[in-house]
Design a protein around this ligand. Structure first.
Ligand code: KIV
Ligand code: NA
Length: 273
C-alpha cells in the first residue's frame, strides 16, 4: 500500500507517477503496472461522461467511481477529486463530502482545486485526518470564470501569487500539490520552495512527479491538450474490435459452434404431433 509518507520519501529521489482512472478494469491495469497514485479525477466529466467541462460532475458521480476504483486497486494511493461546488461553499458540508469519499468509498485522500478560499478547509480536513492534495495553476472548475483553459501564472504577479497559494496549502497541511498548465520555470520554483511533493501536468519536467488523464495516455480521448501525450491507440483497438464483431455477426461467423451448446434432453421437446 502506497501512503502519503511514501510519496514524500520518493519526492526528489525518484519521479512520482500518477494517472487517472474512473472504473475498475482501468484501475486494475494502472495499479498492476506500478503507478504510485490513482486519481479519480473530475476529468471524468470530459473523459468518460460526455460533458464538455468538469462543472456538471456531482458528488454521486465521484463517489460511485471512487468505489469502483478502490475495489480494483491493491497498491496505489487512491485520491478522489472533490467536484465543483461540493466544497468551498460551506465548511461543514465540504468536510462531510470529503469524509464520505474516505469513509464510504475507501479513498485514501482527496484533491481540491485550491485558492485563497481553500486554505482554512485544507487545514480543517488535515486536522480531522483527511489528507488533502492541493491543485494550483489552471483549475478547470473555474473555466467559466477564467474564460477558457489558458496557461496560468505567466506574469510575475500571477506567478508570485501561485507560489504563495502553494505555500499556504503546504502550511495548512496539504500532503502534495498538483500544478497544472503553468510555465516550467514557475513549477520548478514552486517545487524548489515546497517540502511537499509537486505533481505536474503541463508544468514541465522539474516537478517531483507527473500526472495525466488516462484516456489521453491510452489514446482513447477524441481530443487531448497539447501538453498530454498518447502512449497507445486504445481508440483504434476498440474500433477494430467493435467493427470485427459487427462483421462477424452480419456474415454469420459469430457465434460459432464453440460458443453454442446443444442440450440432448431438449430433443423433440417442442414436438406437437
Ligand atoms: O481531474 C483530473 O484529472 C485532474 C488532473 C488533470 C490533475 O484534476
Ligand atoms: Na480535476
Amino acid at each position: 500500500m502506497t501512503t502519503t509518507r511514501d510519496l514524500r520519501r520518493k519526492a526528489g529521489e525518484e519521479p512520482i507517477t500518477m494517472l487517472t482512472a474512473y472504473d475498475a478494469p482501468t484501475a486494475a491495469i494502472v495499479d498492476e503496472v506500478g503507478i504510485d497514485v490513482i486519481l479519480v479525477g473530475d476529468s471524468m466529466g470530459n473523459a468518460v461522461m460526455g460533458y464538455d467541462s468538469t462543472v456538471p460532475v456531482t458528488m454521486e458521480d465521484v463517489a460511485s467511481r471512487t468505489g469502483s476504483v478502490v475495489r480494483a486497486t491493491e497498491d496505489a494511493l487512491v485520491v478522489a477529486d472533490l467536484p465543483f461546488l461540493s466544497f468551498g461553499v460551506e465548511q461543514s458540508e465540504s468536510i462531510h463530502n470529503a469524509g464520505r469519499l474516505l469513509k464510504e468509498e475507501g479513498a485514501d485522500a482527496v484533491k481540491i482545486e485550491s485558492g485563497p478560499h481553500t486554505v482554512a478547509l485544507t487545514e480543517a480536513l488535515s486536522d480531522v485526518g483527511i489528507p488533502v492534495m492541493a491543485h494550483i495553476g489552471l483549475t478547470p472548475q473555474h473555466v467559466n470564470e477564467i474564460g477558457g483553459y489558458h496557461r496560468q501564472g505567466t506574469e510575475r504577479d500571477a506567478a508570485a501569487e501561485t507560489l504563495e497559494i502553494a505555500a499556504a496549502h503546504e502550511d495548512a497541511g496539504a500532503f502534495a500539490v498538483v500544478i497544472e498548465h503553468v510555465p516550467a520555470n514557475l513549477a520548478a520554483a514552486i517545487t524548489d520552495r515546497l517540502e511537499i511533493p509537486t505533481i505536474g501536468i503541463g508544468a514541465g519536467p522539474d516537478c517531483d512527479g507527473q500526472v495525466l488523464v488516462s484516456t489521453d495516455v491510452f489514446g482513447l480521448s477524441d481530443w487531448s491538450p497539447p501538453f498530454a501525450e498518447r502512449f497507445g491507440d486504445v481508440r483504434g483497438e476498440m474500433r477494430r474490435a467493435a467493427e470485427s464483431y459487427r462483421e462477424a455477426v452480419e456474415n454469420g461467423e459469430f457465434p460459432g459452434p464453440e460458443h453454442a451448446s446443444i442440450e440432448e434432453d431438449l430433443e423433440g421437446f417442442d414436438d406437437r404431433e
